[in-house]
Every structure is written in structure tokens, then in C-alpha cells.
Design a protein around this ligand. Structure first.
Ligand code: FES
Length: 107
């Protein structure tokens, strides 16, 4: 298990989300101020890309554009219906100005 560089912090504006493929998984990477968050990109309600949704900075959530479930960037849990299952959460850090994502090779 090791951290993978996905981009420079400057490549994501605060309040924005970008999708990256890391070790075969699609991951939505969100920046809020100088913090970064990484959750599974696929909504748990249907096969929809969460990175096409909206970042809710105040509540640290990513909202699915399809039906509006807002997923916590911290826990991966949907805080609003219709989704009820969590999406994966990945460790995300900034090292030397680069966004680093860690994916465990458990699956
Ligand atoms: S597809 Fe995401 S909430 Fe329905």
C-alpha cells in the first residue's frame, strides 16, 4: 500500500471535484480550501459518477447530480436519500504541493 500522486493541489480549485483512476478504481477527489478528500466515484444508488455532482463545502459533502444524495467526504455515508449505502473513503493528503491518494489493495 502506497500513496499515489494524482495531481498538483493547484490543479483543483477549492470547491471543485475531479475524477482520477487509481489502481483500477475511479475516485472523486475534492478540494475544500487546502484540504483534500477522496471517495469512490460511483454513487451507491445507481451507476452515476459523483464527480459530475456538486461540492457542498459547508457540510463537506459531494452531491449526486442524479437524485441528490449528499455523500459525506469524511465517512462516505449518504446524509440524504435516496442512497442508503456508503461509498468507499480513501486517505488523501497534500505532500509538497501534490495530492496523494492511498488505495488499499484489499479487493
Ligand atoms: S444515482 Fe446517485 S442518488 Fe440516485
Amino acid at each position: 500500500m502506497s500513496a499515489v500522486k494524482v495531481c498538483a493541489l493547484a490543479d483543483i480549485a477549492s470547491g471543485q471535484v475531479r475524477k482520477f483512476a487509481v489502481e483500477g478504481r475511479n475516485i472523486a477527489v475534492v478540494r475544500i480550501d487546502d484540504d483534500v478528500y477522496a471517495i469512490g466515484d460511483k454513487c451507491s444508488h445507481a451507476d452515476v459518477s459523483l464527480s459530475e455532482g456538486e461540492v457542498l463545502c459547508d457540510t463537506k459533502e459531494l452531491e449526486c447530480f442524479k437524485h441528490g444524495s449528499a455523500f459525506s467526504l469524511v465517512s462516505g455515508m449518504p446524509n440524504t436519500l435516496p442512497a442508503t449505502q456508503a461509498v468507499p473513503v480513501y486517505a488523501a493528503t497534500v505532500v509538497d504541493g501534490n495530492v496523494m491518494i492511498t488505495v488499499e489493495n484489499t479487493k
